[in-house]
Design a binder for this molecule. Structure first.
Ligand code: DGY
Length: 432
């Protein structure tokens, strides 16, 4: 086994708690929804029981209405803000009675993660038996999304908070924040005690984040009220791609399990509508890429980000459109002096190469990009994505995010010994 893989395994072992993994020490002391999925993929290569446990724990925190929260607060750590007493998930009548959590979610990766576990697992019978015990929970989660968050009945679901996107402080959201004027809240940040403030969102940005939560809390996290009142309401191509990819995985897994025709039919219906609307509404011919739609302000957010390329992973574009998309990728993000793939358009004035989601490379998005490129047979670009990703980690360490500029001697930022970086490096090392 190669040294990098050994190191990655050690990180995942160190970040394992009782039944789940933390993203990294200090900065993120609980279980995060989409982190948990990517981490399970890495765990599956060397410890399939832990991979299962990671997912079982996450799904154990599911609410009665199918919702799965973005952070599960498994302990009383006070090294994170905003913590359980701020989010107050118990305001929602259907929230988990067992776990404290947030009242927002994160990209729905769990469906395709289950399919990855099946692909990676050696004992297919055993892993399929496990999947059978949890798959309905993931189905219920998708049902929650289509029932509550597809307000125009077009197969595209909304997110109501930038933290739901996963791309927390992307410049994408600047235009939306300009429409808000939140109070200046008093609170004590914890993130900037773990990581240099220049790599994290600003205080004023946090005011906006909290303000949206205040509105949701005032209405007990009621979906209809949120859809009506949240100043942030977006159809995100990354979020919807993860849902569509996961639909596909659920269909494949239910077919393997058998006797679930009704669910398969329903998933296929969602799938058809979602893919159709996605292509119709979220592709910009002018930019040659998929972009976000701001439902609240009724306009597209005309920026290219790493989220713009995630539809490849979900099989959304036609072959022709995929070629246009990959051309945009290589022209804007794939220049020789840049590692793939910056999180925001490097040619845009809002690009900040060291700041969290305002420009740096993220390993989970690279993994998604690699898989997407492979699926459409863009072999060279896929290879480049894989090599760039491995080089970054080899050279700089298992960081949370990386400066895409090749001339930098230091390029790793944010949390260190970061779980999904470790997990997906293991994944990439095993890809042929
Ligand atoms: C944070 O605290 O920045 C988290 O990423 C929110 O999910």
């Amino acid at each position: 086994m190669n040294e990098l893989e050994k190191e990655a395994i050690k990180i995942l072992q160190n970040n394992w708690r009782d039944g789940f993994s933390i993203p990294c020490e200090g900065l993120y002391p609980f279980q995060w929804k989409w982190d948990s999925g990517f981490i399970a993929i890495g765990l599956a290569y060397f410890n399939i029981s832990k991979a299962k446990e990671e997912i079982t724990t996450l799904l154990d925190a599911q609410w009665e209405n199918g919702f799965i929260p973005h952070i599960i607060f498994h302990n009383e750590s006070d090294s994170y803000f905003p913590g359980p007493n701020y989010h107050h998930s118990d305001l929602h009548p259907k929230a988990s009675k067992k776990y404290k959590s947030t009242g927002m979610t994160q990209p729905p990766v769990t469906g395709f993660v289950l399919e990855e576990l099946y692909r990676i697992g050696k004992d297919k019978k055993d892993i399929l038996q496990y999947i059978e015990t949890v798959i309905d929970k993931v189905y219920d989660n998708h049902h929650y999304f289509y029932k509550n968050r597809d307000i125009l009945n077009e197969g595209l679901v909304y997110i109501y908070h930038n933290w739901e996107s996963g791309t927390d402080n992307s410049p994408l959201w600047d235009d939306i924040f300009k429409t808000m004027n939140p109070p200046k809240y008093t609170f004590e940040r914890r993130d900037t005690t773990h990581v240099d403030a220049s790599q994290r969102p600003t205080k004023r940005e946090y005011d906006h984040y909290l303000h949206i939560i205040e509105i949701a809390k005032k209405h007990r996290y009621n979906d209809q009220k949120i859809a009506e009142l949240s100043p942030f309401l977006v159809q995100d191509p990354l979020f919807n791609s993860m849902l569509i990819k996961s639909n596909q995985s659920l269909i494949a897994l239910y077919n393997l399990i058998g006797n679930n025709q009704e669910k398969v039919n329903q998933l296929k219906k969602w799938q058809e509508k979602s893919i159709h609307s996605f292509n119709k509404k979220l592709f910009s011919k002018k930019l040659g890429a998929y972009i976000h739609y701001d439902l609240r302000n009724k306009k597209h957010l005309e920026y290219i980000s790493s989220s713009s390329f995630t539809p490849l992973f979900a099989g959304i574009p036609s072959k022709e459109r995929a070629s246009v998309l990959v051309k945009t990728l290589m022209q804007k993000f794939g220049k020789k002096n840049l590692y793939l793939c910056a999180s925001f358009d490097p040619s845009n004035e809002r690009y900040e190469p060291k700041k969290y989601w305002r420009g740096p490379v993220w390993i989970n998005l690279n993994w998604i990009l690699y898989k997407g490129l492979k699926q459409y047979s863009f072999e060279n670009e896929a290879q480049r994505t894989k090599e760039d990703t491995i080089t970054l980690v080899k050279k700089f360490g298992f960081y949370e995010y990386f400066d895409a500029r090749k001339e930098k001697d230091k390029a790793g930022y944010g949390g260190h010994n970061f779980s999904w970086t470790a997990a997906l490096i293991i994944g990439l090392l095993h890809e042929k």
